[in-house]
Design a binder for this molecule. Sequence first.
Ligand code: VTB
Length: 330
Amino acid sequence: MTELIVTEDKIIERVLAMELIRVTERAAVASAKLRGRGDEKAADQAAVDAMRRELNRLPIDGEVVIGEGERDEAPMLFIGEKLGTKKGPKVDIAVDPLEGTTLCAKDMPGSIAVMAMAQAGTLLYAPDVYMDKIAIGPGYSKGIIDLDATPEDNIMAIAKAKMVKPAEVTALVMDRPRHADLIAKLRKIGCSIRLITDGDVVGVIQCAEYHKTGVDIYLGIGGAPEGVLAAGALRCVGGQMQGRLILDTPEKVARAAKMGVKIPNKKYDLSELASGDTVVAATGVTDGALLQGVKFRGDIIETETIIYRSLTGTVRRIHGEHRELSKFHI
Ligand code: VTB
């Protein structure tokens, strides 16, 4: 096997890529300390503080392109905030310090701390609007799914490719009133539907781990920033995804235009959502289909992190046992 030569121009160096594990570990532990307390805001703030502190230690010239909101909405990790020591590559930073704040506050499955780091200018700078998404994992022929096809046709295409009946295909959909029509059509064709209440970054990524999750396809409308984060991970494992921003008011069109979106109803392909060398890291906060949640075991804290690297297609799962509680500011 040819040794990968990590040349200077490879923006996300191997060592730097592994640093992201520490960033999401500490954000996950910080919010896990507030798990089940019924306070979304406090849990989210704890994750934001921890993630920002760790990111500012990295040798990067980073800029938040997907974060906690616009500059005037979020005091920290706002879009445009500069992060890192500045002694390193110019990178885009996309963060969701606590994806699934309600899941954490209610100690329900599936909340994670997640972030992506990519070559500057290669992530879609998604405004905080909805995105209509469709996604599948690796192993299918290119173009087998289409956001503009009917749900029935997309399910039939997957069933045909897998040589199974539609009943043996599992679609993951967010349980929302806006999906009533979609769910009715999926029910009619007879596929299995896994409904989630929140957390569709994990929802999309579950398609990439069919052998673990049993999910074939993600369908429906969720957050656009979450769509870009999930796309970064799928890009690393060879999945397929399309997304279209839901810009249904002049204000949203203007807001998106300010972030560089020139065609409001454009259907983005995976390679346009995350087009460059991307690393995505996620640590479980509550136990879920993709990751174990944080475990507080006496003077040891256990974490599980998954890290994806698009340059090599490598996926790593890191089980962490942390003993110096002080580093988590406990
Ligand atoms: C979506 C989804 C996220 O919040 O943004 C959702 O992508 C909000 O959707 O994963 P609603 O406005 O319908 O509640 C999450 O589920 C959690 O941040």
